[in-house]
Ligand binder design. Structure first.
Ligand code: G4P
Length: 296
């Protein structure tokens, strides 16, 4: 579900998260492993008001494992955040969440023990942009299907706690919905390429063009193999070179119109479908920022 974000929606979404923050100990920030920073809300630190935060890199099954490892080290080194790659659908690594969450809260547990208080479960809230996998993860953690939460910032219902693990974590059943950084065009293209935002915001061929150029640069072998291409251009600074690759793909896949012209819309759609379904292999569309551009 895609939300049309307006300033009013953002204010409302933010207020809803602030209400939930009062109830919880730690924030679980869900990101897309293929585009970790592009799938992030730019104001996350401010919005969550310095609550301890665990980063989850979801859809790691679709992401390049070598890049995912670089991202984990980026979050540790640059942001001091523990980042765990996982797949909410298959449940791979989901069992790691509770121990990681408890670690973030260990000092509080120790303090309770020192005061002679029996430690309670750590209370957590999942936050993330639409389509990042919040409901899937909630269901996987609950071990059952939680009723749809209404993927709109205006829709509320009573909060409920989901018991996770052997009673060690309590999770709020309604995740916090955040907006991405859509002012940035590159971010928009990455979000559209992965399917996080609908195609109608950017044009289909624009998204496919961006994707093909990126694949030519970063994953040339995957592209050649998927579409049985002999060679790719060496110089991709010319837009026409990228369009040539798209046309070659269209020709191979029979996306040809009457008169023999390549149907670029159809070609774009099949490239994006293949990418999102992992048909080109595991691909990450964003690299961690260079060390010199470190966040303070
Ligand atoms: P949300 O609540 O954050 O909005 O996201 P939701 O759980 O609805 O998940 C969005 C889509 O992402 C779903 O696909 C879901 O199956 C997929 N997804 C979630 N986690 C993972 C994961 O770890 N790996 C993979 N490969 N996919 C994951 P969908 O229902 O098919 O929606 P769509 O593809 O039509 O958008």
């Amino acid at each position: 579900a895609t939300i049309q974000w307006f300033p009013g929606h953002m204010t409302k979404a933010r207020r809803q998260i602030e209400d939930k923050l009062k109830l919880i100990d730690i924030v679980i920030e869900l990101l897309d492993a293929r585009i970790p920073l592009s799938s992030r809300n730019p104001m996350i630190g401010e919005i969550t008001k310095g609550k301890p935060r665990l980063v989850l890199l979801n859809k790691a099954d679709l992401a390049d494992p070598a890049r995912t490892a670089e991202w984990v080290s980026y979050f540790a080194r640059v942001e001091g955040l523990d980042a765990l790659p996982l797949d909410a659908v298959s449940g791979n690594q989901v069992k790691e969440i509770v121990p990681r969450a408890k670690k973030l809260w260990a000092h509080k547990i120790e303090a309770m023990l020192r005061k002679g208080v029996t430690p309670r479960a750590v209370r957590a809230l999942i936050v993330g942009i639409p389509n990042v996998g919040k409901s899937t993860l909630t269901n996987t953690l609950a071990g059952r299907k939680i009723a749809a939460t209404g993927d709109r910032p205006g829709v509320t219902k009573g909060q409920q706690w989901i018991k996770v693990g052997s009673g060690e974590m309590d999770l709020l059943d309604t995740p916090g919905i955040l907006w991405p950084k859509f002012e940035d065009q590159q971010v928009g293209l990455r979000l559209a390429a992965t399917g996080a935002i609908k195609e109608d915001i950017l044009s289909l061929d624009e998204i496919a063009f961006f994707t093909v150029r990126y694949l030519c640069e970063e994953y040339p072998d995957a592209l050649k193999e998927r579409y049985d291409l002999e060679r790719l251009p060496d110089d991709l600074t010319e837009a026409s070179e990228v369009v040539d690759v798209m046309e070659a793909i269209g020709r191979k896949r029979g996306a040809v119109m009457s008169g023999g012209r390549i149907d670029l819309d159809k070609t774009s759609l099949l490239i994006l479908r293949d990418l999102r379904a992992g048909k080109m292999g595991r691909i990450t569309l964003e690299r961690p920022p260079a060390e010199t551009a470190e966040a303070e």
